[in-house]
Write a protein that binds this ligand. Structure first.
Ligand code: 5AD
Ligand code: SF4
Length: 425
């Protein structure tokens, strides 16, 4: 969602006549789009702001703006904490950035703003990094109350975008040459309840748009994975065989304390239903280690679920207490050393499991959407399978093309292969 918002911020700045500077050093206006989901991004921002302050001392006309979730979380204190900041704005206020930056010569407004005037960043002109792939926002905010999570307090309650607006945007993107869209929401599959529609209807409507070859979505909540959504994924040709299904913990006791509203058994039953409806499904997940009160037994339950599900990919996080969230004031916070030790064991397992899943692809032919040259070896091309695995391959194709690639080897995160027409004839 932040990547999407950043593209909209860039698009808006371009509309104001501001172009991208070759480096932050040379920029007249620096806009930071921040995250605050864990402590690390807060720390990184502090370092970036110190550098920006040094440049501003040399040239006081430079403008520093801070937007996004950290700005919203610190709205009462941001100008006090960082006096070098000229403009600050929350994730729902991006549409106002132009006014605050003094578009039309009114001068930069030092200001604050309210969540109550939230607007969809999706309504702004985008600056897309790739011609053939696009993010499409379907909702903003979140109505869940996961006890560790700061998102609901900074992005507000869930509000769905009108179905016609979303499908209209997907149609425009297709006409501009976009082939893959990723539908975005804090909880995508609860989409539409406030509008009398649902996520399954949205998936089917997007699938019907001519020219869109691939539809992805992130992130769904396991509690909202209803049968019509599973049927839509199974039946819509463009919807990819990949579901990112955040587990967070494999212990029902911890899931309860997290207020995730599902148990380990219900999660596993959902995985069963998804796998039996969608052949060849790839599953990704998010896992938090070291949630308050997590015992060795709870942690082992997480390892068991990872092994049992066999995730194709996993994002793993050390629990980070966020001010104002319920979990931050729970007793039994886990010592740092224990968190790190569990994290290492978890990463070792998720990599082993993913490696085994990827190894199963060797010998098969996968449809790859070409993204550009490989990052590790510019002689190779890079792209993604429908199952969302990166492939580095010997080939001859342009970014945006869909090509068949025969898979020859695998690591835990990438595949390697040769484009079909180039396989020895
Ligand atoms: N500490 C660690 N990880 C967190 N996440 C959300 N909040 C926290 C936190 N306080 C993780 C969850 C979520 C992902 C986007 O970030 O796993 O799914
Ligand atoms: Fe945070 Fe839970 Fe909402 Fe995801 S579903 S954004 S983890 S509160």
């Amino acid at each position: 969602m932040n990547a999407h918002d950043s593209e909209r911020i860039k698009g808006l700045l371009e509309e104001l006549g501001l172009g991208e500077a070759p480096s932050a050093d040379e920029a007249d206006v620096v806009v930071f789009n921040t995250c605050t989901i864990r402590e690390k991004p807060d720390t990184k921002l502090a370092a970036h702001l110190a550098e920006a302050a040094a440049r501003k001392r040399e040239d006081p006309a430079r403008v520093i703006a801070v937007g996004g979730c950290y700005a919203e979380a610190q709205r009462e204190r941001i100008f006090e904490l960082y006096p070098q900041v000229d403009v600050a704005f929350g994730p729902g206020s991006i549409t106002h950035l132009g006014e605050w930056l003094g578009a039309g010569g009114v001068g930069v407004a030092r200001g604050r703003f309210g969540l109550d005037e939230r607007a969809f960043a999706a309504e702004l002109p985008p600056h897309r990094e790739r011609r053939f792939q696009a993010w499409v926002q379907v909702s903003m905010g979140c109505n869940s109350v996961c006890s560790y999570c700061i998102v609901p307090s900074v992005r507000g309650r869930e509000k769905s975008r009108r179905l016609g607006d979303i499908v209209g945007e997907v149609g425009r993107l297709a006409r501009e040459g976009v082939r893959e869209v990723t539908l975005l929401g804090q909880n995508v599959n609860s989409y539409g309840r406030d509008l009398g529609t649902d996520f399954a209807t949205l998936l089917r409507a997007c699938d019907a748009v001519d020219g869109i070859e691939r539809i992805r979505f992130t992130s769904p909540h396991p509690k909202d994975f209803r049968p019509p959504v599973i049927a839509a994924i199974a039946e819509c040709e463009a919807v990819c065989e990949h579901v990112h299904l955040p587990l967070q913990s494999g212990s029902s006791r911890i899931l309860k304390a997290m207020r995730r509203t599902y148990t380990r058994e219900r999660y596993l039953a959902l995985v069963e239903r998804l796998r039996s409806a969608i052949p060849d499904l790839a599953l990704g997940t998010d896992i938090i280690v070291g949630f308050p009160g997590e015992t060795e037994e709870d942690f082992r339950a997480t390892l068991e679920v990872v092994e049992e599900v066999g995730y194709d990919s996993a994002f793993t996080f050390v629990y980070s207490p966020r001010a104002g969230t319920e979990a931050a004031s729970l007793p039994d916070q886990i010592p740092h050393g224990t968190k790190i030790e569990r994290m290492e064991r978890l990463v070792e397992l998720t990599q082993r499991v993913a490696q085994a899943r990827n190894a199963e692809r060797v010998g098969r032919t996968e449809e790859v959407l070409v993204e550009g040259p490989s990052r590790s070896d510019p002689a190779l091309l890079r792209g993604r399978t429908r199952r969302n695995t990166t492939v580095n391959f010997v080939g001859d194709a342009a970014p945006g093309e869909l090509v068949p690639v025969r898979i020859e080897s695998a690591t835990s995160t990438t595949l390697r292969g040769t484009q079909h027409a180039l396989v020895a004839a």
